[in-house]
Design a binder for this molecule. Structure first.
Ligand code: PAF
Length: 282
């Protein structure tokens, strides 16, 4: 496995890789969720490249950019174990040269849910992912469904800007209790972690209600809201049931595939999770 700490070094090494090339963009602090993306990329591509870059522009001023978990040695070992051929670890100054002012903004899709709670977040994500695509020139790029809105934003960017990259969404990976894996789970105390299991419990209850034929939007949000609200350490940011294509919030009877998503603070950690309620599979 090669490690490139500058864009020019990366480009020289990338030119030697056999295609198709799969890219797994990450901010490090790698866990089983990232590994599952790498394994999927390995299964579908001749060469896999990963990026490890904690992107400052997707963090708000009061967010955890400086405290974001960093674990370079373990991350590189994980990449090696998963068969990654080349890792990009560029310095911030190179990704954002002095005076950089060009950004990518996908519009309305990026202003609701996570975008409403974290203004500017998706401009930061879209901008850095566009840069990573330009640098890595992947045939395919792999993202987790846990960040469902991020996946939608990236797909929209790729479509609108005619980028020759296939975006592959991969299933959420959960721990044995059902908690969706996230680098930010490292912030949870034992008590917060155990209460945070209410999130996936609530989502499962809503999925069951959906399978049983419930279609009322408010009553589908309720199992998630109520389950999480019962936890004394939880501070709910939002529980949303939105159209899975437009992210317009559902009202009344749900007629199309819908994204049930939730964001909750537990202490220092802000956790997100979701499920898609599919009309055709009901
Ligand atoms: O999902 C993430 O880890 C980040 O948002 C990404 C896609 C690597 C961009 O910085």
């Amino acid at each position: 496995m090669e490690i490139a700490r500058s864009v020019s070094e990366f480009r020289a090494l990338r030119a030697r890789l056999n295609g198709p090339v799969g890219l797994v963009p990450t901010m490090g602090a790698l866990h089983e969720g990232h590994r599952s993306l790498m394994r999927r990329a390995r299964a579908e591509c001749r060469s896999v490249v990963a990026s490890i870059f904690v992107n400052p522009t997707q963090f708000g001023p009061s967010e955890d950019y400086t405290q974001y978990p960093r674990s370079e040695e373990a991350d590189l070992a994980a990449c090696q174990e998963e068969g990654v051929a080349l890792v990009l670890m560029p310095p911030v100054e190179e990704v954002y040269p002095e005076g950089a002012s060009t950004t990518v903004s996908v519009g309305d899709l990026a202003t609701v849910l996570e975008g409403a709670s974290r203004p500017g977040h998706f401009d930061g994500v879209a901008t850095v992912v566009a840069k990573l695509f330009h640098i890595a020139q992947p045939d395919r790029a792999y993202f987790g469904q846990k960040d469902a809105q991020q996946l939608m934003v990236i797909r929209r960017m790729v479509r609108d800007l005619l980028m020759p990259v296939e975006v592959v969404g991969c299933p959420i990976v959960r721990d044995e209790g059902g908690l969706a894996l996230s680098s930010r789970n490292a912030y949870l105390t034992d008590e917060e972690r155990s209460q945070a299991l209410a999130i996936s419990r609530g989502l499962r209850n809503a999925e069951q209600a959906w399978r049983d034929g419930l279609r009322d939007a408010e009553r589908l949000r309720a199992p998630v809201h109520d389950e999480v609200a019962r936890q004394p350490l939880a501070r709910i940011d939002y529980v949303s049931l939105a159209d899975a294509e437009t992210l317009a919030e559902c009202e009344g009877r749900v007629q199309r595939d819908a994204l049930l998503s939730v964001a909750v603070h537990f202490g220092r950690a802000r956790l997100i999770d979701n499920t898609i309620l599919k009309v055709q599979s009901s």
